[in-house]
Design a protein around this ligand. Structure first.
Ligand code: NAD
Ligand code: IPM
Ligand code: MN
Length: 361
């Protein structure tokens, strides 16, 4: 297994090394080997060299089995020396687009013992997976300014929706539902206003659902969806949605599953023609970076998703199980979960749990 490792900025520098410790432990336990190549891209490298992510490196990355990514991004309150969004678009989005990672798979699951802001919600109520389209929509960078900095300024940002892009995403969502024994797929969009782009989504959804007769389907407008995710999250099983809406509702999903420190994701190229990328949903969290207090669980769960994708399901489930056991005990909760545990303590606890667990069949 050849893994490209890119911790990036802020807490990425803390949670990715922690994730590698967990990976080492399962590799030992399940007798597989892996090698890593480390990449320095992010804010510091940009300030030093002016480089974000060179094309030559992209080719190299593509040839790995997977990429383990942390986060990139300067403080959103502004950094004089780093143009807004340059690291995010030229590093993270460039990998998603150029490596054709057209699925962003984001499970939203409340684990037992983890505090949720939703009153009375239990792990049975919050157990969904959000399939976010990852190479189109408002993220294409299709737009521009006219008459910039004049009173007549025009700014366009065009949502790109292709039949192929939508169909492959929706089909993935149904196939994923079937493979993981989930019962329902809900399309989340805004067909009442976006009467072209989201009309295409709806027609494609209607067409593809006929190929999966055993799976129930539903449709919600995105605004209503944000409400139901808070008032009745149990109704969601698999959600399939656009790039922009998926971005927004997966942060909401993270909040109800205990916070950004709990939310994992996989940027998949299901054709396997280029590497897929695995990363926590959260960003560089400049407010808590460098203090050894970031919650590393989201990264561990992302490493588990990576191992699942790379054909090591036992190692993946050992990590998932160890995370479950560890977060069930409040003494292992980091500050975001209301506790005082450090990043290193949680990491040690997960490693020890993997070590001591009996191998499961
Ligand atoms: P963020 O996810 O970095 O932080 C949001 C909140 O969640 C903060 O309060 C933070 O302290 C908390 N948080 C995040 N990760 C945590 C963890 N592991 N443990 C405990 N608490 C955690 O989002 P933001 O503040 O909007 O963005 C910060 C920077 O990161 C921006 O530059 C943004 O563009 C970038 N960003 C990058 C990615 C990525 O690379 N995948 C994702 C989101 C944001
Ligand atoms: C995410 C992030 C990214 C996105 C940003 C950093 C480009 O918010 O992975 O959710 O919008 O997709
Ligand atoms: Mn996001």
């Amino acid at each position: 297994m050849k893994i490209a490792v890119m911790p990036g900025d802020g807490v990425g520098q803390e949670v990715v090394p922690a994730g590698l410790n967990v990976l080492k432990q399962v590799a030992k336990k399940f007798s597989f080997t892996f090698s890593t190549d480390h990449y320095p891209f992010g804010a510091e490298h940009y300030l030093k060299t002016g480089q974000t992510l060179p094309d030559s490196v992209l080719k190299e990355l593509a040839a790995h089995d997977a990429i383990l990514f942390g986060a990139v991004g300067a403080d959103p309150r502004g950094s004089a020396k780093i143009p807004q969004g340059i690291l995010e678009t030229e590093i993270l989005l460039k990998m998603r687009f150029e490596l054709d990672q057209f699925i962003n798979l984001r499970p939203t699951r409340l684990l037992p013992g983890v505090p949720t802001p939703l009153k009375n919600a239990t792990p049975d109520d919050i157990n969904m997976v959000i399939v976010r389209e990852n190479t189109e929509g408002l993220y294409c960078g299709n737009g521009g300014f006219l008459y910039k900095d004049t009173p007549h300024e025009v700014a366009n940002q065009i949502e790109v929706t292709t039949r192929r892009g939508v169909e492959r995403c929706i089909r993935f969502a149904f196939e994923h539902a079937r493979q993981t024994s989930r019962k329902k797929v809900t399309l989340v969009a805004k067909t009442n206003v976006l009467r072209f782009a989201h009309n295409l989504w709806q027609r494609a959804f209607e067409q593809i659902k006929a190929e999966f007769p055993g799976i129930q389907t539903d449709y919600h407008h995105v605004d209503a969806c944000t409400m139901y995710m808070v008032t009745n999250p149990k109704i969601y099983d698999v959600i399939v949605t656009t790039n922009m809406f998926g971005d927004i509702i997966t942060d909401l999903g993270a909040a109800i599953q205990g916070g950004m420190g709990m939310a994992a994701s996989a940027n998949l190229n299901p054709t396997r023609q280029a590497a897929s990328m695995f990363e926590p949903v959260h960003g560089s969290a400049p407010d808590i970076a460098g203090k050894n207090i970031a919650n590393p669980i989201a990264t561990f769960l992302s490493v588990a998703m990576m191992l699942d994708f790379l054909g090591q399901p036992q190692a993946a489930s050992a990590i998932n199980q160890a995370c479950r056991e560890v977060v069930a005990d409040p003494k292992n909760h980091t500050r975001d979960l209301g506790g005082t545990a450090t990043t290193s303590q949680v990491t040690d606890a997960v490693v020890a749990q993997i070590e001591s667990a009996a191998p499961r069949n």
